[in-house]
Design a protein around this ligand. Structure first.
Ligand SMILES: COC(=O)c1ccnc(N)c1
Length: 244
């Protein structure tokens, strides 16, 4: 999978050189490239923004600069690329989006700053047949799209086959295939701060452990995310032997 990120703060994406994503880049599992939008400016001040039409505070990022950058980044192989624009006005990014994006050949993240990117940029590329996803990572505003891009890239990259050691671990995670929050986890020591590990987890009885974990996932999800319980379809409950 190839991922390109266009930003005026390339150093923000330095975290992608670390840990699993960094390893995937070094092993070639992930072809991740970060570009400075200012490389496509032509004036001596390397200007990327201007005042908004219609007035109002702040500045808007210019479509001509973005157009030159995205034409270059989208232009090469692979043939089918998806443009992802992190924005507070986008559809809320979920694990389902991560799964869908992980199946793409090429993602291009356009990280906006200031009051955002001129709306004609997304419009232009949609009209040119490029799939465009305007995605929010939650109901709050950031100073730029870079942090959101980091979140989405990590959520997507870890789903790329070969990225995590044990793909099985991806199934039981929160928001995983069962559509529930993950059960609580424990490790040594068996007693800490006067608190003990649930007895069943020390029993060595795998069937009872599995039953306890499923019940805990339901309890936790019911308490914290009743909306996810509402969204569960009966087939999922049966498939994962879940009892509400
Ligand atoms: C400038 O971008 C944002 O403020 C942003 C992007 C994605 N999700 C958000 N919740 C905010």
């Amino acid at each position: 999978m190839r991922i390109d990120v266009v930003t005026i703060f390339p150093d923000y994406l330095a975290a992608l050189d670390l840990s699993l994503v960094g390893k995937a880049r070094r092993t070639g599992l992930l072809d991740l490239r970060v570009h400075d939008l200012r490389d496509w400016t032509t004036d001596r001040h390397r200007t990327v923004d201007d005042t908004p039409f219609g007035g109002g505070a702040g500045m808007v990022m210019r479509p001509d600069i973005w157009g030159r950058a995205l034409d270059d980044v989208l232009g090469g192989p692979p043939a089918q690329s998806r443009l992802v624009v992190p924005t507070p006005s986008g559809e809320v990014f979920t694990q389902r989006h991560a799964e869908a994006l992980a199946g793409e050949e090429h993602l291009v993240f356009a990280c906006g700053r200031y009051e955002g990117i001129d709306a004609r940029v997304a419009e232009h590329y949609r009209a040119a047949g490029v799939p465009v996803s305007e995605l929010s990572i939650g109901d709050y505003v950031l100073n730029g799209g870079e942090v959101a891009a980091l979140v989405m890239i990590e959520a997507v990259a870890r789903l790329v086959p070969g990225m995590v050691g044990n793909p099985e671990s991806l199934v039981e995670e929160s928001h995983g295939a069962a559509g529930l929050l993950e059960y609580p986890v424990y490790t040594k020591p068996p007693e800490w701060a006067g608190l003990e590990v649930p007895e069943v987890l020390l029993s060595g009885h795998h069937g009872r452990v599995e039953r306890w974990r499923r019940d805990e996932a339901i309890t936790r999800t019911s308490a914290r995310r009743p909306d996810m319980i509402e969204a569960l379809d009966p087939a999922t409950l049966d498939k994962h032997d879940l009892r509400l």
